[in-house]
Write a protein that binds this ligand. Sequence first.
Ligand SMILES: *Cc1c(COP(=O)(O)O)cnc(C)c1O
Length: 453
Amino acid sequence: MVSTDASTDLPLTLSTRRDQAVRAAVGQGLVGPAAPVAGLLDVAGIRASAASLRAAFDAVAAPGTEVLHAFAVKATPLVPVLRLLHEAGIGAEVASPGELALARAAGVPPARTVLDSPAKTPAELREALALGIAVNADNPQELARLDALVASAPTRSPIGVRVNPQIGAGSIGALSTATATSKFGVALRDEGAREWVVRAYLDRPWLTRLHTHSGSQGVPLELMAEGVRAAYELAEEINRAAGRQQIDTLDIGGGLPVNFASDEETPSYAAYARLLAASVPGLFDGRYGLVTEFGRSLLAKHGTTLALVEYAKQSGGRPIAVTHAGVQVATRTVYAPGSWPLRIAAYDAKGHPKTGPAVAQDVAGPACFAGDLLAEDRALPLLEAGDHAAALDTGAYYFAQHYSYNSLARPGVYGFTADADGGVRFATVRAPQTVEEIVAESGGDLRGALLDL
Ligand SMILES: *Cc1c(COP(=O)(O)O)cnc(C)c1O
């Protein structure tokens, strides 16, 4: 009997689909001597996550509530992924001209796009307002720019202000956006800030949204809900002061953490939506439209980084597998291994799961510095030259965000579907970068540029 994935009702479990895809990727040469590392994306898993996000909020929101789930493009900035999500009913949250261009290339309409970012230029703001894209102002100076733009030309853009509820940090400081001194948004608990925000809305009838995003991986759900509650209470205060429902939409950000320790997809969107409904019931009573901005939780568990083991050696008694996946595809893990441990799965030369006694070994990358390790002292079946190592849960903020250390090539990315007969179909999402492209992108056409100065 074919095992099923209870959380998604898909005919195969996440790990079965992954194993089939690895086997097929090795068999078809997507990963091999010519292309020693690649990213694999599980299309059925992405679709299932998109569906569970929508269902979770539909289950707690009053009928008819407008909910826009805008995928945080930075998590997986790949046009076919944005297109797949768009078809699955998910919009885009963008934070740079590049991300906006990707969302537009994917066909995400302006009405389903939200522009955040702490450093929007006047040109970016003007373009967003001309297109009718929702904009969240980060600070008073940006609001002053918007004042001028709104006065100079009509816009369909819904506009809001991002506030920082200053509820504190999670376990990863670099991803905690709601600390007392965070660089994001208007710090709500600073002296006079709350009064300033209320006044800003009363003075600008076109401010109709309020935005907060309290953090990403490492922020507990309860703390996220506290941040959302703070934004909700501020919206209620503003609407009372305005004597009308001036703020009609609350943007509650993203940040659902991902379980990097097993294949279990926890916490679920449903659990978070239920927690929000319990702690901020007014959010869902139909008076407010909602925007969410999840990134990592939609994609992380659907990506696998698959790399060839080039050599297997010993150093100081420690076995070391030298693979082609390191800092260029797993930057956070390599630089901050304590915060970003990844599971590694061992596959043999044919792409079958490797068995055998677990041996503590290092799984190293190809880059030229000692710390380029995907995993240190990790107990796994002993990896040998020609085997494959897979870094799991890397669909968000990993291979999609190439770091060009040592001019290592951006790997190819392939979406796959796996069927119950063991068949796997692949589609190229991003072709592998060629050496010629590396030269061209590194000033290859400008060889003599420094000689004439
Ligand atoms: C990064 C970011 C997100 C997405 O966070 P995840 O942890 O990937 O869900 C959402 N909103 C804003 C403003 C962000 O900066």
